[in-house]
Design a protein around this ligand. Structure first.
Ligand code: PEP
Length: 241
């Protein structure tokens, strides 16, 4: 199981340092933890994680190795700061920055060339689900976002229904099962048979066990609840059970 924390543009540095240290106080058998920290905090947070086994990740990267891209961060820079993984195609980046699946694929190729593994997010909006297009939307995002050249062990998929992110609404076990089965089928067909599939969207300690019991759910990507160490630990404990 993988449980990944997405801190997004939170919290302030002193809180981030304490939170990272608190994560390290406990370990969970059979659970790989990943922390996607804000870029300026990668080094100070990474120092706190040393020796804990918790992997450090960036929340985005540029598709080029270097160059005139003011404000952007390269995959080499992430690697130099201690990251071993990068989160790509989060729905907030797709919405806030107009990121396309084509761009996500280019970033994934660049990330792998810097020895980073990638976690690619896919998920439908409420309008797409209500129109009966959830599955086709997600499969199309996969087909375009995932480069065929990526090794299966360097890729993780996070299925995050956009309407469930930060809203307190969680997809039902049936909705998660249907989508994860579809994603599993697509990945196996494309040769990504060791790629894990995480669910994301308002995962909390109180609903994690039910979500982890759904077939083809290999863990969770956690936003809000990852900002409270006890809640993140509760989700990790459910993954370890
Ligand atoms: C996320 O941002 O990836 C996420 C799943 O957020 P939350 O857990 O707050 O819904």
């Amino acid at each position: 199981m993988i449980v990944a924390a997405n801190w997004k543009m939170n919290p302030e540095l002193s809180v981030a340092a304490k939170l990272a240290s608190d994560y390290c106080a406990t370990s969970f058998a059979g659970v790989t933890r990943i922390l996607f920290a804000p870029h300026p905090y990668l080094v100070p947070v990474g120092v706190r994680l040393e020796g804990s086994g918790i992997l450090l990740g960036g929340q985005d990267c540029h598709p080029s190795a270097s160059g005139a891209h003011t404000g952007d961060v390269s995959t080499g820079m992430l690697h130099d700061c201690g990251a071993s993984v990068v989160l790509l195609g989060h729905s907030e980046r797709r919405a806030d920055h107009g990121e396309t699946s084509e761009l996500v694929a280019a970033k994934a190729v660049q990330a792998f060339s810097s020895s980073l593994s990638v976690m690619i997010c896919v998920g439908e909006t409420l309008a797409e689900r209500e129109a009966g297009n959830a599955r086709v939307t997600v499969l199309e995002q996969l087909a375009i976002s995932v480069p065929s050249t990526l090794p299966t062990t360097a890729l993780t998929i996070a299925y995050e229904p956009v309407w469930a992110i930060g809203t307190g609404k969680v997809a039902t076990a049936v909705e998660i099962a249907e989508m994860h089965l579809g994603i599993r089928g697509w990945l196996d067909e494309a040769g990504f048979n060791q790629t894990k599939i995480l669910y994301g969207g308002s995962v909390k300690p109180g609903n994690a066990a039910e979500i982890f019991a759904v077939p083809h759910v290999d863990g969770a990507l956690v936003g809000g609840a990852s900002l409270i160490a006890a809640d993140f630990d509760g989700i990790c404990a459910a993954a370890a059970d």
